[in-house]
Write a protein that binds this ligand. Structure first.
Ligand code: SFD
Ligand code: AMP
Length: 667
């Protein structure tokens, strides 16, 4: 088919705004806010300009938009080496221990800052019961940094009143950016509602990132940022697989629907090396509302059972069967294995799986009345019931709405939980992302360190949060801490390369034409049809997304095959994906919102392709409960206890795949 081009014969030419900076932060989420805060400190007095660009409004952008009710990574009295052991177990034995340890030794400082900035953190009360963040403050409990004792739900997780978590973290980042703006005298350094589409390499310096192009999602404007270094924190890939939610519920997902794989796509297209992209996260969630389960399992000590009331994680037969395939990894009962055991029971018809919220609340009530007496105990129980609702109101309002609609009173009836569709991410219980340089003081192989912490294999391009690979279980606090690590390293890189000035070979006209092509397509062909959704000349983003999700779901191990795939299924799906990628050149947008949808979906296509190619390369089932290779349904440590790395060549659309030895650093 002839390639379409944009000559602005049909759509209006946008205004082009060129912005030169030193450090460009792409994203405005947890990692990006950490980066802005830390980079500003190190840039002080150096006349280094820092700019943040976010596709949304930073106050509520990213995964923490709705808020959270726990901070899942806090060391407290724990040794970071233990944190490494925990992450390694949960991620089936293969992680970059240097990155994980590095995060563990820095993360608490981020949490202490959150509290100083106003985040209410639960504390242990005098009689051993928990006080929420406000009660703790009113009772004069000390802050964490001054020795206050948090309420740990699990070993690493602490409870917060977190509805405004993101607003609080964003405020500090925005303040930092403003300090930098005043110091450097620039007019503007925080761009919201600008969607970055593409990165560009330097015209003269080999393998060095130099610029980023995007467009405003509100105005007819294209933005072109030139920078000496970039920190990429644009989050994971959501809505890549066909979701379980359908029709009027469609659009609901557990992870943020607006994180569309830009983080992966932007880095991949300039050739940054990826690692463990086969990994994914399939969270067990409250059915249909996607409410997180952690607080219920860990804090309320609820048990999940099959419909017969049996603990599916304690079934001897199931455990023996799993051990025969997946070996000693089963003993650890990590997230993937718990999923695997739940799925087994569901496939045997022992569903629905139920979270016994009623029994948990009952046990807590008894304990409280026993310890505090009838009156005080009942008062405490009321407060706890409110907390159970707030767990969702803080971070997944839809789930609270669904409970209310279904007349669910969690203290009276259990609720269904269910494995969701897969998500590609690297900061929660998953580790898909880029291969980065680590710290040099932790005994890691020399080839894991090439100068600057968290710098990718593209010079000047740093990765953080969801897209920094092989180092999951960072969560919100760890992503912030990783942003700070990258922010500091980015400034060091700029200071060490003072004479560099970015230069690009592409013209602004060509870049504008590429970004606005979907507009031109729509305007050119919109009259060839009676229904603007259907057209022989173009494809609208929602239809492209439907095709993408169908391919992912049916060929790459989505819900419809119970997460099962194989060499032949992957190869068939990859062929369909190639055609879809070709068709993406015919994407059409009727307005700015759809223009964003077009590019979001293109980013999803690339993220999914990386995911599928990695699953294809790794000939074993390393992550049962996340996905299965039916043709290699076992863990094969002899051949596959290694990282799987890849590089995408966007010029000729080829992939280079390789194994990289895993090295254990912590006993
Ligand atoms: O309950 C572009 N997370 C949890 N972390 C915790 O610590 N505790 C919890 O309780 C957690 N849980 C949880 C969590 C997330 C969600 C959605 C729910 C529940 C319902 C995980 C953390 O939130 C997560 O680990 C971090 O936020 C990851 O940080 P980061 O920086 O990697 O991603 P981000 O915060 O989503 O920010 C992404 C940013 O990129 C922007 N962006 N900007 C410009 N151009 C583009 N093309 C862009 N594409 C994206 C976004 O706007 C955003 O600012 S629980 O399940 O365990
Ligand atoms: P979730 O709400 O499922 O995202 O979990 C929040 C935190 O609790 C994460 O750190 C999870 O790894 C952990 N978690 C969730 N469920 C369990 C469980 N059954 N056992 C141990 N840890 C869990």
């Amino acid at each position: 088919m002839e390639k379409e081009t944009c000559t602005f014969s049909y759509c209006e030419k946008p205004e082009v705004i060129e912005h030169e900076t030193d450090l460009l932060i792409i994203g405005g989420g947890m990692s990006a806010c950490g980066a802005a805060f830390e980079a500003t400190r190190w840039a002080k007095g150096q006349n280094i300009r820092i700019t943040m660009v976010d596709k949304a409004a930073t106050d509520r952008s990213g995964a923490v938009a709705m808020g959270l009710s726990a901070i899942n990574t806090y060391m407290g009295q724990n040794d970071p080496a233990d944190y490494v052991r925990y992450v390694r177990n949960d991620l089936m034995g293969i992680i970059r221990e240097d990155l994980v340890y590095d995060l563990g030794r820095h993360v608490d400082d981020s949490v202490h800052h959150f509290e100083e900035w106003g985040l209410p953190i639960w504390k242990k009360g005098d009689e051993g019961f928990s006080l929420d963040g406000f009660q703790a403050r009113d009772a004069g409990k000390p802050m964490l940094k001054d020795g206050g004792t948090p309420v740990n739900s699990g070993r690493w997780q602490i409870m917060i009143n977190g509805e405004s978590y993101k607003v609080i973290v964003a405020e500090a980042a925005k303040k930092a950016l403003e300090i930098n703006r005043q110091e450097t005298g620039v007019e503007e350094n925080h761009f919201e509602r600008v969607f970055i589409v593409k990165l560009f390499k330097d015209a003269n310096v080999d393998n060095r990132v130099a610029a980023a192009a995007g467009f405003s999602v509100r105005e007819n404007k294209i933005y072109f940022f030139k920078a000496k270094a970039m920190l990429l924190g644009a989050g994971g890939a959501v809505n890549v697989f066909r979701p379980r939610s359908s029709k009027e519920g469609q659009g609901r997902a557990w992870y943020p629907v607006w994180n569309s794989g830009s983080g992966y796509a932007l880095g991949m297209q300039v050739g940054a090396e990826l690692t463990l992209m086969e990994n994914r996260f399939v969270p067990a969630r409250f059915k249909d509302g996607y409410g997180p389960v952690g607080a219920w399992f860990l804090f309320f000590k609820a048990k999940a059972t099959n419909s017969l009331g049996e603990d599916y994680c304690a079934n001897e037969e199931a455990l023996a069967e799993a051990k025969a395939k997946y070996g000693s990894y089963v003993d650890k009962l990590g997230t993937a294995i718990r999923n695997h055991l739940m799925m087994r029971d569901m496939k045997l018809g022992k569903g629905p799986i139920l979270m016994r919220t009623d029994q948990a609340m009952d046990a807590i009530s008894k304990e409280m009345i026993e310890k505090l007496g009838e009156k005080e105990g009942k008062k405490k129980i009321k407060h706890l019931e409110a907390e159970a609702w707030e767990d969702f109101l803080d971070m997944c309002i839809g789930q609270a709405g669904l409970w209310a609609c279904d007349n669910v009173e969690p203290d009276k009836v259990p609720s269904e939980i269910m494995p969701t569709e897969p998500y590609i991410l690297g900061s929660h219980a998953g580790c898909a992302g880029f291969w980065v340089s680590g710290p040099d003081d932790l005994g890691a192989p020399v080839e894991w360190h090439w100068g600057y912490n968290r710098m990718s294999t593209v010079t000047g391009l740093f990765m953080m949060g969801d897209i920094c690979g092989a180092s999951g279980h960072k969560f919100s606090s760890g992503s912030h801490a990783e942003g700070r690590i990258a922010g500091k390293a980015g400034i060091a890189f700029i200071l060490d390369n003072k004479d560099y000035s970015p230069a690009i070979k592409e013209s602004m006209d060509d870049i504008s034409a590429e970004l606005y092509l979907p507009y031109e397509m729509y305007e050119k062909y919109k009259n060839f049809t009676t229904d603007p959704k259907m057209n022989p000349h173009y494809i609208k983003p929602d239809l492209l997304q439907t095709r993408l999700q169908k391919i992912a779901d049916e060929y790459f191990g989505g819900c419809s095959t119970w997460y099962m795939t194989s060499k032949t299924m992957l190869e068939t799906g990859l062929k369909k994906l190639e055609v879809l990628k070709e068709d993406a050149a015919k994407l059409a947008a009727a307005d700015l919102h759809e223009l964003m949808r077009c590019w979001e979906n293109y980013h999803r296509v690339l993220s999914l392709e990386a995911h599928a190619r990695h699953i294809h390369f790794r000939e074993e089932s390393r992550y049962p409960g996340y996905y299965y290779r039916g043709d290699f349904d076992k863990i094969d440590d002899e051949n596959w206890k290694c990282f799987t790395n890849s590089v995408y060549n966007a010029e000729d659309l080829t992939w280079e795949m390789k194994k990289v030895p895993y090295v254990q650093l912590v006993d």
